[in-house]
Design a protein around this ligand. Structure first.
Ligand code: ZN
Length: 241
């Protein structure tokens, strides 16, 4: 068994599933999520096992091994914020067969939801566009990202987001991959886009800095385990078309 502690909620991740071990808000009982049917094996480096923060737990794993931990964290946060019916306001309870919160008063079922985001690596000839985000409060430079708005396709969101944050137009938008990012509820859809026209005009409300970088002079980039890092590494390896 291994433990992940996040915001006071303890998640025990083992071979048979993931569990909440001390969540007083859910009827004071230990919640067994194994009926969901996920078999989970998580190996966290740095044995012996220790309590670590959720983000650290996710980043300590290869992207291919992150999914069960992301699922556990997502469900923990979802239970905590869906204790009342969103239709009638009555108290909801956990559905016994499904991963859902059920309202006995009106019958409404609430399922976990994700918020889709686009994350985009923009290239221009042999350069890449990277930004230092104000909210990060670190020297790390990353690719651009934002939520998909109601009614948008992911490709439309890529073009809009880059225009809003960087002031430039892009095209040749192509899919790279995806990552569930439970901090909270984000589902990252990764794209590569190529500069089309315009000069950089950074959105100063979000970005501390924004620049085109050469491969030989990259700034500090995001840590392994993030799709941003994966995209930058693929670009460095010449694997982005
Ligand atoms: Zn209801």
């Amino acid at each position: 068994m291994q433990w992940i502690v996040t915001d006071g909620i303890e998640l025990e991740v083992g071979d048979d599933g993931f569990f909440f071990s001390s969540e007083p808000n859910i009827d004071g009982e230990r919640i067994d999520l194994s009926p969901i049917g996920r078999s989970i094996t998580v190996v966290i480096p740095d044995e012996p096992v220790r309590a670590i923060k959720a983000r650290e737990a996710v980043l300590s794993l290869d992207m291919s091994a992150q999914e069960p931990v992301a699922a556990a964290l997502e469900v923990a946060g979802w239970f905590r914020s869906h204790r009342f019916c969103s239709r009638c306001g009555d108290r909801a309870r956990r559905h016994l067969q499904e991963l859902a919160m059920l309202c006995d008063h009106c019958g409404h079922r609430n399922y976990p939801r994700l918020s889709p985001c686009v994350i985009v690596i923009v290239t221009k000839d042999d350069q890449v566009l990277l930004a230092n985000h104000k909210r990060g409060k670190t020297p790390v430079y990353s690719v651009l990202a934002g939520f998909i708005e109601v009614g948008e396709s992911a490709e439309t969101a890529v073009i809009r987001e880059v225009k809003e944050e960087a002031g430039i137009w892009v095209d040749d938008v192509s899919y790279v991959g995806s990552q569930s990012w439970p901090f909270p509820g984000q589902f990252m859809l990764a794209y590569h886009a190529k500069w089309k026209e315009g000069e950089l005009k950074p959105d100063r409300s979000e970005l501390a800095d924004l620049q085109w970088f050469d491969k030989s002079a990259l700034p500090i980039i995001p840590p392994p385990g993030t799709i941003s890092r994966l995209m930058i590494e693929r670009w460095l390896d010449g694997k982005l078309s």
